[in-house]
Design a protein around this ligand. Structure first.
Ligand code: DSN
Length: 412
């Protein structure tokens, strides 16, 4: 990273950025919603389209001087449509929550019924939680996973949908380790007359690479962030059927947002081109392989994984079996140089601030080039810390993580 001017003008911020880079390179990042962008994406982010106001859409802007910005935004739109086989795409949403908000308002009015997965079962705040706009503006009906299998319970969803007649049913999750049967969701929506919406933020990179079913061609609307498995800059996008394109575009601008961040859109275009390469398919395949090996390693050592494993990039470990809370496990692992996040598990008897689980994922370690044998080592490090987290064990684990990271530097 070339930061000569920042270093010269603002050494304080320069040194903090450098320290953050070092932290990222010397630790094992397992937060499943994070990733490392390529040098090309990073460079595109720090460019002059950040200076430009371009309210509106390509060909119809409220400011002059958008000749090149239009081409950049159209490239991002076209690449995203090709990647997911989408009829229409909007690349302006600033992040996942505003993308969901725009999608909801494209189809619903305040008071309409929204049906989504409960946050503590693997959903997201914006999927109808009571502390979020989605649970206060709309009439939120929340579904759960099955208590025994910890899997999506389609019969329960169908029954609730028939009873409550939601305007929109939302699938796609932040902490669900299994494949999602989007076709069953589509059938329930058809039967009940609901709009079929998916939030594929976590699995977008897997969907476009063929490692997970892609709902875009047959769902009404699909939102995604661009910075998770898709490995682009922090931001989001919405894809929908052509017949809904006008209402989606109007919901993003002028209803919800003003000027789009065109430097980020340029970086999204670069990331979408990267995702079109054959190497990205390999990358997505390896994310899933790595997650399976990490999950198996942890289970072989006696850890309980929610639903007994993973089909995607993430897993939930029930650390209560080791006599820890998720908060304690997260803190002990952080000291060992392993980053994860505390997370509720389905039907968690504990509160979200101190839940029973931790959430682990493999997008970052896979970006760094780690494969199955490194997953076994990471699984062993994690287990050693969950098993015994005194100073000596944490120190030993820290040495092991540093040693591993040395071989997989990403940013020079
Ligand atoms: N905050 C993200 C996650 O960690 O899953 C979802 O938006």
């Amino acid at each position: 990273m070339h930061l000569g001017k920042v270093k010269e003008f603002d050494p304080e911020i320069y040194s903090l950025i450098e320290k953050e880079k070092e932290r990222q390179m010397e630790g094992i990042e397992l937060i499943p919603s994070e990733n490392l962008v390529s040098q090309a994406v990073l460079e595109a982010l720090g460019t002059v389209p950040t200076n430009k106001y371009s309210e509106g859409y390509p060909g119809k802007r409220y400011y002059s001087g958008n000749e090149f910005i239009d081409v950049i935004e159209n490239a991002a739109i076209d690449r995203l449509k090709k990647l997911f086989n989408a009829e229409h795409a909007n690349v302006q949403p600033l992040s996942g929550a505003p993308a969901n908000m725009a999608a909801f308002f494209a189809f619903m009015k305040p008071g309409d019924t929204l049906m989504g997965m409960r946050l503590d079962m693997g959903g997201h705040l914006t999927h109808g939680h009571k502390v979020n706009f989605s649970g206060t503006i709309f009439n939120s009906v929340q579904y759960m996973v099955d208590k025994e299998t910890e899997l999506i319970d389609f019969e329960q969803i169908r029954k609730t949908a028939l009873e409550t007649k939601p305007k929109l049913i939302l699938s796609g999750y932040t902490a669900y380790p299994r494949s999602i049967d989007f076709k069953q969701f589509r059938e329930i929506c058809d039967e009940t007359g609901a709009i079929a919406m998916a939030d594929i933020a976590h699995i977008a990179g897997l969907c476009c690479a063929g490692e997970h079913e892609n709902p875009v061609p047959y769902f009404d609307v699909v939102t995604t962030t661009t910075h998770k498995t898709l490995r682009g800059p922090r931001g989001a996008a919405i894809m929908c059927k052509k017949e809904f394109s006008e209402q989606i575009d109007k919901a993003v601008f002028p209803f919800l947002q003003g000027g789009p961040h065109e430097n980020v859109i340029a970086a999204k275009a670069v990331a979408f081109k990267e995702a079109q390469q054959p190497s990205f398919k390999q990358y997505a395949k390896q994310i899933v392989k790595n997650a399976k090996v990490l999950a198996e390693t942890l289970m072989e050592k006696g850890n309980r994984l929610v639903s007994g494993g993973t089909d995607n990039h993430l897993m939930l470990v029930d650390v209560s079996k080791k006599g820890l809370t998720g908060k304690e496990a997260e803190a002990a692992l952080e000291k060992s140089g392993v980053y994860c996040n505390k997370n509720t598990i389905p039907f968690d008897p504990r509160k979200p601030w101190e839940p029973s689980g931790i959430r682990l994922g493999t997008p970052v370690v896979t970006t760094r080039g780690m494969k199955e044998s490194e997953m076994k080592e990471i699984g062993a490090i994690i287990d050693s810390v969950l098993e015994k987290h005194d100073d000596a064990s944490i120190k030993k684990a820290r040495e092991r993580t540093k040693e591993l990271c040395k071989k997989f530097q990403f940013y020079k």
